[in-house]
Design a protein around this ligand. Structure first.
Ligand SMILES: [Zn+2]
Length: 132
């Protein structure tokens, strides 16, 4: 039997709560977010943020995103990940087990750089013009 009330109001772990509130997990833990919360309670915090969350939101305008969605160009697998400082803007992201041949060939005069270890299972690619 499917429990419909649980499906309508799932319990989120702290990482999912942090994603929903767009804050780092460490901030969630530091401010007393429990290890599991009901989605309705998270929505309540989102709608009526406590002082620490309101402050964080006021401070974070215009900064790099706390979470980025990585989506595989080849198979559409996706995940939310915390961006690392050294991540550029990727032209393509794909699972690390796909072949480079699954990507469109770079245009003439475009140099493709690869970044390993992006998220849990991705490689990132940036296409840049040499004459830039
Ligand atoms: Zn993939």
């Amino acid at each position: 039997m499917v429990n419909n009330s649980a499906a309508a109001n799932p319990s989120l772990n702290r990482r999912q709560v942090a994603q929903a509130l767009n804050i780092p997990p460490e901030m969630a833990a530091r401010n007393g977010i429990p290890s599991r919360m009901l989605a309705s309670a998270v929505a309540e915090i989102d709608a009526n943020p406590p002082a620490w969350l309101a402050q964080s939101r006021a401070n974070s305008t215009g900064k790099r995103p706390v979470w980025v969605e990585l989506r595989c160009y080849v198979c559409d697998f996706h995940e939310l990940a915390r961006p690392k400082k050294w991540w550029p803007e990727f032209s393509y992201v794909m699972c690390d087990f796909h072949s480079d041949r699954d990507l469109p060939a770079p245009a003439a005069g475009v140099r493709r750089s690869q970044f390993d270890g992006v998220g849990s299972r991705f490689r990132g690619f940036t296409d840049t013009r040499d004459d830039a």
